[in-house]
Design a protein around this ligand. Structure first.
Ligand SMILES: O=C(O)CCC(=O)C(=O)O
Ligand SMILES: [Fe+2]
Length: 371
């Protein structure tokens, strides 16, 4: 089906974008979304102009060339306990590998609707890759101005490329290469974060920490009215940690509150810090799982992204997720001083399903695990 009316009505748009699996990219390419369609118009409080922007100087940029340096470990601990967001440089992933995965994303979205549609969620030839739009399009009141192609990956699979055989040829080698290069960086980050909370044995916890990583090629096409739209609404990630590669467009913001104590002291929860694109850097953020396991020592933080009027933006987050059948709960090591656990143990697949059963709504998913 094509959109052949001059001004498509809302149900035609939903049908075209979601049910006919053309995605937002298909809608933009149709040339009929010259103004923002109604289902993409955010309520005033969720728009860019209603947020207070704080300078980005407080987002640390950490040089990780020597993981054994105690000062580096302290910087990571400080960033992860306070803002929950930081950037890393000198991580060892060659810039060509980063550039190629961004180009590969443009390659995927640059294909015809027909070619992209082959991978639409529910229809993909592979269980480990799917293409879709927005966040949970059938559960959301307002759609997000975003398409994404999600891959499930297995760290440690070595040269076994069988799971990527059916992935889109236009981007599969680049995604696999990027994930292989990112794996040691992710392991180091988690090792440092755990060491700082006295967890020494990581091997036996691997399925809870990083058993089921996912990587997404996020695509935010040029938006006719970015002032009315959201690329991604306010949310925290449900990962252990997330490592995000962004292109040089910009548009990602993190909430400026630093922990609940300060919120109580009147810190403005509508202050947001832009995360500026830094050449070669990766953005790291704490996810809900690490907040739960550390009993609130580490904080997952709300973040959001706005689209651009003039640029098609690409970002590539790696969600370092637990295995679906892992049980997530507070680690005994963080209760050794007699602290009380504030979270119960939950099956990760239940937590995951709860997150996707609703639209993005800040940090409310954490309540699912609160005692
Ligand atoms: O694209 C971005 O900058 C943020 C994406 C994000 O937060 C997510 O996919 O969870
Ligand atoms: Fe996120």
């Amino acid at each position: 089906m094509s959109l052949d009316t001059v001004s498509p009505n809302p149900s035609q748009i939903i049908d075209f974008v979601i049910h006919k699996a053309n995605g937002l990219k298909g809608l933009v390419d149709s040339g009929l979304a010259t103004t923002l369609p109604p289902q993409y118009i955010q309520p005033p409080e969720e728009r860019l102009q209603s947020i207070k922007i704080t300078p980005s100087s407080s987002i640390p940029i950490i040089d990780v060339s020597n993981w054994d340096d105690p000062r580096l470990q302290d910087s990571i601990f400080q960033a992860a306990t306070q803002l929950g967001f930081f950037q890393i440089v000198n991580h060892g992933i060659p810039s060509q590998v980063l550039g190629k995965v961004i180009d590969a994303a443009h390659g995927f979205y640059g294909q015809t609707n027909e070619e992209r549609r082959k991978y639409w969620k529910g229809n993909s030839p592979s269980e480990t890759v799917f293409y879709t739009t927005s966040f949970s399009p059938l559960a959301e009141k307002v759609l997000e101005w975003k398409d994404f192609l999600m891959f499930q990956f297995a760290f440690g699979a070595g040269d076994d490329a069988s799971s990527s055989e059916l992935w889109p040829p236009v981007c599969r080698d680049e995604v696999v290469d990027y994930m292989r290069r990112a794996e040691p960086v992710i392991k180091k980050l988690i090792e440092v974060l755990l060491k700082k909370i006295n967890v020494k044995e990581m091997k036996e916890k691997e399925s809870c920490l990083m058993g089921s990583p996912r990587v997404s090629l996020n695509y935010y096409p040029k938006c006719p009215n970015p002032e009315l739209a959201a690329g991604v609404g306010r949310h925290s990630d449900i990962s252990t940690i997330t490592i995000l590669l962004q292109d040089d467009t910009g548009g990602l913001y993190v909430q400026a509150t630093q922990g609940e104590e300060e919120e109580e002291e009147g810190c403005d929860s509508n202050s947001w810090i832009p995360i500026p694109p830094v050449e070669g850097a990766l953005v790291v953020n704490v996810g809900d799982v690490l907040q739960i396991m550390s009993n609130d020592v580490y904080k997952s933080v709300e973040h959001r992204a706005f689209p651009s009027k003039t640029r098609n933006r690409v970002s590539v987050p790696i969600f370092v997720n637990p295995d679906p059948d892992a049980v997530i709960g507070v680690l005994p090591e963080v209760l050794e001083g007699g602290e009380k656990a504030v979270y119960k143990s939950v099956l990760y697949s239940d937590y995951f399903m709860h997150f996707f059963s609703k639209g993005h709504d800040g940090k409310s998913t954490l309540d699912f695990a609160k005692i």
